[in-house]
Design a binder for this molecule. Structure first.
Ligand SMILES: *Cc1c(COP(=O)(O)O)cnc(C)c1O
Length: 493
């Protein structure tokens, strides 16, 4: 299995074949594209049948070995066994089993169709990003140990990604994490989750500014190639291929648990921001998993909903990007979207490159086929199963109330966006699986607004805000953060 860039010319792809381990620690391809397998591995009906009885960890092994062909089977099996354990994914609700890792809960089964919730948020930081990030931590540690190397992860977070990365990398040999966050702008719960980590390889830097200031600092450091190389700086952002591929596993798991034979189909609804999660669903479908529809659910930041309704992709300016009560979906452009567009235009890298160059120069592109548009491939979107919808703050409040009243559970705001949109796409005979992307405790402010009571906290999180916190405060100053990194990266091997 080798990997190509969505912007590679056939000559550069032939010159530069990449294995899974080669792209594991990197982000963008050197040509600015995103990595994808040269061809999607296919899954047979016999394999699906055999996988029905596997544990989550063993299923993850079977799927990952199709992609990570340069990691020895025994190593990969040990890695997945270490990652997907009931102890790591222990925050399942009462009545759900942690041993399932991503437990399914049937919410309703009526004339309109069957609605199922798949819990992806039972890991250490209570959001689905743990599903991939925990694996990434173990993969990084394995590769670095093999090469006798070290890595300093540098990133910016407004909440979920930073904490998932820190909990995945804490205590890992050869790895340090430097994470910028806007000082005093995250929720008390999110702040406590990150800053209460006492591991010496975790460095929390609270920047006096907003999230965009943090991101600008990360960009400035990334553009200093000499500094980046000297201090072995890497990232774990949402375009990382290993994160996408780790997410493919739970689509298979959801399908296998919601059906009893391979003649059946299911649909998935995915609360979406950067298109990383649902991109994994697209890949599962391309591998042959019987998925009917992939429903993209957005909040008021409806860049993706607009594309899947009209064929027009138009990124938003900062002033048009709303701060909502499902903040992890507040994006102005969807960083993984290029992976799908590459498939949509028939894996034509030159055309993909031209379209995304137009995003940079003109803020978007139009595949609707209308006069003057950039192409008519939008007419093929249905062949890939994609449909979409969007949801507002009012919808979130109503959905959280309805789900509490009707099914006795509290869902988070992002999952509420998913359920709201999923209801419009139910079909009799095809179970609809909504991915639960966070637990309600993380977004308690909105739960209070909707229900008038606090969200339940999983065991161990009761007093998290009172734990001692470890962080430094810094001005939004690139020179200062570089000095801080340099001072703390006496490479340890
Ligand atoms: C990151 C995140 C999302 C969006 O996922 P993408 O992969 O960016 O589409 C949705 N919900 C929650 C809770 C998240 O943390």
């Amino acid at each position: 299995m080798h990997y190509v860039s969505t912007r590679a010319t056939s000559a550069s792809a032939a010159r530069n074949p990449q294995g899974f381990s080669d792209i594991l620690l990197g982000g963008l391809a050197p040509d600015g594209g995103l990595y994808l397998p040269a061809a999607y591995p296919q899954v047979t009906g016999a394999e699906l049948d055999a996988w029905r009885s596997l544990s989550y960890a063993d299923l993850a092994y079977e799927i990952l070995r199709k992609f990570a062909t340069d990691i020895p089977d025994a190593e990969l099996k040990a890695l997945t066994a270490r990652t997907y354990t009931p102890e790591v994914y222990r925050n399942a609700r009462a009545g759900e089993s942690s041993a399932d890792i991503t437990p399914l809960r049937v919410l309703e089964e009526g004339a309109a169709g069957k609605l199922i919730l798949q819990g992806l948020s039972n890991g250490p930081t209570l959001a689905f990003k743990d599903m991939a990030m925990q694996l990434l931590g173990n993969l990084f540690e394995y590769i670095l140990a093999k090469n006798g190397d070290a890595l300093n992860i540098f990133g910016a977070t407004s909440g979920d990604t930073g904490s998932a990365a820190e909990y995945a990398m804490r205590g890992k040999r050869g790895i340090r994490v430097f994470m910028l966050s806007p000082h005093a702008k995250m929720s008390a719960f999110q702040t406590a989750q990150m800053f209460s980590l006492q591991d010496p390889n975790i460095f929390n830097i609270a920047v006096e500014g907003v999230f965009d200031d943090c991101q600008d600092m990360v960009k400035a450091v990334s553009n200093d190639l000499e500094f980046k190389a000297r201090h072995k700086i890497g990232t774990v952002n949402s375009i990382n291929w290993a994160r996408v591929v780790a997410q493919v596993v739970y689509y298979f798991r959801g399908y296998l648990k919601a059906t009893s034979s391979n003649g059946q189909k299911v649909s998935f609804t995915v609360p979406s921001g950067n298109f990383g999660n649902i991109c994994a669903g697209h890949i599962a479908r391309m591998m042959g998993l019987p998925i009917a529809k992939l429903v993209v659910a957005t909040n008021e930041n409806n860049v993706l909903d607009e594309f899947f309704r009209t064929g027009v992709y138009r990124v938003r300016k900062p002033a048009e990007t709303f701060h909502t009560s499902s903040p992890s979906m507040d994006i102005s452009k969807a960083s993984n979207f290029e992976r799908f567009v590459y498939d949509l235009v028939g894996r034509d890298a030159e055309r993909t490159h031209a379209l995304f160059r137009k995003v940079e120069t003109h803020g978007g592109f139009d595949l609707s086929g209308a006069p003057g548009s950039d192409g008519d491939e939008f007419k093929r979107v249905g062949e890939y199963g994609f449909v979409s919808g969007c949801s507002t703050h009012e919808d979130r409040l109503n959905t959280i109330r309805e789900v509490a009243d009707d099914y006795g559970i509290t869902i988070d705001t992002h999952t509420a966006d998913g359920i709201k949109v999923a209801r419009a796409h139910l079909e009799p005979g095809i179970p609809m699986i909504v991915l639960e992307t966070a637990l309600a405790a993380k977004f308690n402010e909105t739960i209070l607004e909707a229900l008038g009571t606090d969200a339940e906290r999983p065991a161990g999180f009761e007093n998290i805000e009172t734990l001692p916190q470890r962080f430094v405060v810094m001005k939004a100053d690139v020179a200062q953060v570089k000095a801080y990194i340099a001072e703390h990266t006496g490479l340890d091997r």
